[in-house]
Design a protein around this ligand. Structure first.
Ligand code: GRG
Length: 300
């Protein structure tokens, strides 16, 4: 008998394969042009082995709302490009200064700093070109709504805003609410967007959109707590990032606020809360429910 976890892992594998094909098709390929190095860096950053959680969220929320896989995988590919850009830039010496990403040298270590900056820029801008394409959705109003929501997510009110707060903490001992706000912007915003994308593509009513965002907010925060717990333990086995104790110690995290045990408990509470947010859906949302539990138990 297939367990829920096996079903989730198999569904995630299917999405990963579809996504890899789509990214390979969309990303520019080196073909003897002066800009080949840029194309290679864009591919290196995007086609490497990530967990592909955000694309999975877009594909599965889309499926719940009857959206075609053609639309959802194209949208998921654009969102993954934005995720890849954020990792490339975050690893740069001016930000986290990480030599490793996804078990391999980070983009600026593999290529060079200037190429990594430009590859990140190109991935971010190309993501919007992909969303604007009619293959994303036939209705241009839907595409415009996606563009607007993704721009808000990636920009000063979301990922970039979260990143600057993370770099320049206001004071030494930020409280729980301040750290939650930071994590919502830095990590949670793209999780929420990945789920909301399905709702936008499916022209879902507001209550469904809100339920999916609430689900994503809860798993996004749980994901970040687990990530910080993994970072606290450090080690090369941690997603190939290598020991990051130095980085964690300087940053405001919920693990720091709550302590390891309470942080773990809070992540569990958030995963259960996420599952409750899916109460409007029948068993077709079971993979999303299982994902909330998977996030709690992940080891990389
Ligand atoms: C705008 C430069 C910039 C950054 C925005 C998202 C972000 C802020 C920085 C990325 C670095 C980082 C460690 C963010 C915390 C969220 C997180 C744990 C990202 C890694 O996500 P995974 O584990 O990565 O899903 P994979 O490699 O599996 O895709």
């Amino acid at each position: 008998m297939t367990t829920r976890r096996q079903a989730l892992e198999s569904a995630m594998q299917d999405t990963t394969e579809l996504l890899s094909q789509k990214l390979d098709e969309l990303l520019p390929a080196p073909e003897g042009m002066p800009e080949d190095r840029l194309f290679e860096a864009m591919r290196y950053a995007t086609l490497s082995q990530g967990k592909r959680i955000r694309p999975f969220l877009t594909v599965k929320t889309s499926e719940l709302l009857g959206v075609s896989i053609g639309s959802s995988i194209q949208t998921a590919a654009a969102i993954e490009m934005i995720h890849a850009y954020s990792l490339v830039h975050d690893d740069l010496p001016a930000l986290d200064n990480d030599d490793w990403r996804r078990g391999a040298p980070s983009c600026h270590r593999k290529f060079d700093e200037a190429t990594a900056i430009l590859a990140g820029d190109a991935l971010l801008t190309y993501a919007f070109e992909v969303i604007a394409n009619s293959r994303t959705h036939v209705d241009c109003a839907v595409r415009l709504e996606l563009i607007s929501a993704i721009a808000r997510t990636a920009g000063f009110a979301g990922m970039v805003g979260g990143q600057i707060i993370d770099l320049n903490p206001l004071h030494d001992q930020p409280d729980f609410a301040e750290v939650v706000r930071l994590q919502r912007m830095k990590t949670g915003a793209l999780f929420a967007m990945s789920c909301e994308a399905g709702a936008i593509l499916g022209k879902a009513p507001q209550n469904i959109r809100m339920s999916l965002r609430a689900y994503a907010n809860s798993i996004g925060l749980a994901f970040q707590i687990i990530d910080d717990l993994l970072d606290t333990n450090g080690g090369q086995e941690n997603g190939g990032k290598g020991p990051r104790l130095h980085a964690v110690e300087q940053k405001a995290t919920l693990v720091e606020c709550l302590g390891k045990d309470k942080a773990q408990e809070h992540a569990k509470f958030l995963a259960n809360q996420a599952i409750e947010h899916l109460s409007a859906f029948d068993k077709r949302a079971d993979l999303l429910r299982e994902l909330a539990l998977f996030i709690l138990e992940r080891e990389s």
